[in-house]
Design a protein around this ligand. Sequence first.
Ligand code: R5P
Length: 317
Amino acid sequence: MRTKGLKIFAGNSNRKLAESICSILEVPLGHARIEKFPDGEIDVKIEEDIRGVDTFFIQSTSPPVNDNLMECLLFADAARRASAERITAVVPYYGYARKDRKDEGRVPISAKMVANCMVSAGFDRVLTMDLHAAQIQGFFDIPVDHLYAAPVINEYFENLKTNHGIKNMTIVSPDVGRSKVARGYAKRLNAGLAIVDKRRVSGEETEVMDMIGNVDGQVCVLIDDMIATGGSIVDAAKACLKFGAKEVYVACTHALFCGPAVERLKNAPIKECIVTDTVPIEGKEFGTLKVLSVSKLLATAIRNIHFNESVSLLFKG
Ligand code: R5P
């Protein structure tokens, strides 16, 4: 069956990003009413005909995580029952991703369970960005296009290097798990590489054990996929300075900024904190924060998916 065109809808998690994507693609944001009943249940009504339409739903599963996830699932069900030709979940930030394996007895693999729910609800494909672990792609038995914010973040640091004549840049991974990602940045930015040896004490607290590699006299750039409470990144920044770094920049894709994060980051010895707009940060701004937009990357991917063109060129992060 031939597609009757493209329509883009959004949940309540990040309307600003959705509007910006629609404006780049020059398509209006579709009308869907997504509200709550007095008892907290979510109600969805798609207010446009989508029969035979290539339908995209933009929704980060950021806090309030469960409401945003439920909006996503209910939209898919509504769109499937409304005979959409294809339904793509555009999930710039995929929540529940940190539980991606059984690391102890009697715990769920939440990232897999959420993927199952999304497929059962009716999504035909997923477009996402900087998953906490790339192998989560395999948790979905439908196509997943996994983008990286790296092209946007790299461009920022390329310019910083040029404009400030920085010759001694070192990319620092805040834990061993993200060292491969950090190595990619180091290669592209022609910078050194160091790794913080971190131990998680609790959900909010971490402890730095050691620094692997040399940061003495270096302009350090700490790269992480997300900042939640800010514990990991602030401790890592302090560790860089303790081991002799000249100054510390922080770059992360998903600025969840929960609990004490903003206060911690405001008071941290961080020159600049660079984040993207995968989750909304209105009301959480502070002096050293800079927000880069990934709307162009996502808009290009949506366009290419719609026209059955390759998206792999966008993966070169
Ligand atoms: C850890 O594996 C992640 O990449 C982040 O470093 C971590 O989840 C951030 O959490 P928080 O900001 O609460 O330390």
